[in-house]
Design a protein around this ligand. Structure first.
Ligand SMILES: Cc1cc2nc3c(=O)[nH]c(=O)nc-3n(C[C@H](O)[C@H](O)[C@H](O)COP(=O)(O)OP(=O)(O)OC[C@H]3O[C@@H](n4cnc5c(N)ncnc54)[C@H](O)[C@@H]3O)c2cc1C
Length: 251
């Protein structure tokens, strides 16, 4: 796919719009689904990158979320946390310009495809704003619940078309390299859940571990009603984080 637009939507979030003819064949309404993003090296030509995708070795690959899909124009928007040049994906988002190319594999499934809960509990750090925002926008308009959204600065707040009955609580967590604790404390302080609950929760892995303990183990929300996923881990690149997740799931 080819970059067609880019904007700094908030101080720590870069939106890159990519276009391709095959995007016109995607199913509408899959905002919030993840995909694998294949990244060219600095100064690698489009032809050389296409050759590498065909013949290997595998380029850097990272996982991202479809924030918006416009099937008719064959475009997707991807919102990248700008966490500097340390990782190939963040660095690519910072340097890319119209005409640059990247590879796409997927998409995976959307995270909540059916909405049947009495109450929704959502939580995200900036890496998961796209999935939680897309979920809020897809929910029935009479849905009720609370969303805890951890952002790096107050200006990182975004407009989200959430149901009026979902309370959006924006929480400033200024140093993403320190584990986020505020959503964990706020969810632990919520009254006992009554009725059915569905969740859409994602973000840094240590926050997710504590929230899984609270929601699944302590409060007993059935796993089938829970989407909760570690999207990155402080100090690990994505491949290392995926290895840790696989080992934890196996053990
Ligand atoms: C299903 C899924 C969907 C995702 N969707 C999105 C999305 O839409 N937008 C998005 O921004 N991220 C998303 N992520 C998270 C993203 O894949 C990781 O943040 C990834 O590590 C970024 O790759 P990188 O090349 O920039 O950094 P890496 O090379 O993986 O890591 C380099 C260093 O940066 C640190 N780091 C990684 N991510 C962050 C961060 N967010 N903030 C601060 N430091 C960080 C790492 O701990 C490491 O020390 C998603 C993850 C999953 C599993």
């Amino acid at each position: 796919m080819t970059v067609v637009r880019k904007s700094q939507i908030t101080p720590n979030m870069i939106r890159v719009t990519c276009a391709a003819d095959w995007i016109k064949t995607l199913e509408p309404g899959i905002e919030g689904a993840h995909f694998k993003l294949f990244l060219p090296r600095v100064d690698q030509s489009a032809d050389d990158f296409a050759r590498q995708l065909d013949d290997g070795p595998r380029p850097d690959v990272r996982t991202y979320t479809i924030r918006y899909l416009r099937v008719e124009s064959g475009e997707i928007d991807i919102d990248f946390v700008d966490h500097g040049d340390a990782g190939p994906a963040s660095a690519w988002a910072r340097r890319c310009k119209s005409g640059d190319v990247a590879g796409f594999a997927g998409p995976g499934p959307i995270k909540l495809s059916e909405f049947y809960a009495d109450t929704y509990v959502l939580a995200a750090d900036m890496s998961a704003l796209a999935v939680v925002a897309a979920t809020l926008e897809a929910m029935p308009r009479d849905a009720k619940g609370t969303a805890f959204l951890e952002i790096t600065t107050p200006e990182d707040r975004q407009e989200i078309d959430a149901p009026a009955g979902v309370d959006l609580q924006w929480i400033v967590h200024p140093d993403p390299h320190q584990p986020a604790t505020q959503s964990v404390q706020k969810i632990a302080a919520m009254p006992e859940f009554s009725g059915s609950v569905q969740t859409c929760i994602a973000g840094e892995s240590s926050m997710i571990k504590q929230l899984r303990e609270e929601i699944v183990n302590k409060r007993g929300v059935p796993k089938t009603d829970v989407y909760i996923s570690g999207y990155w881990k402080i100090g690990l690149i994505e491949d290392e984080h995926q290895q840790v997740k696989r080992a934890e799931a196996a053990g």
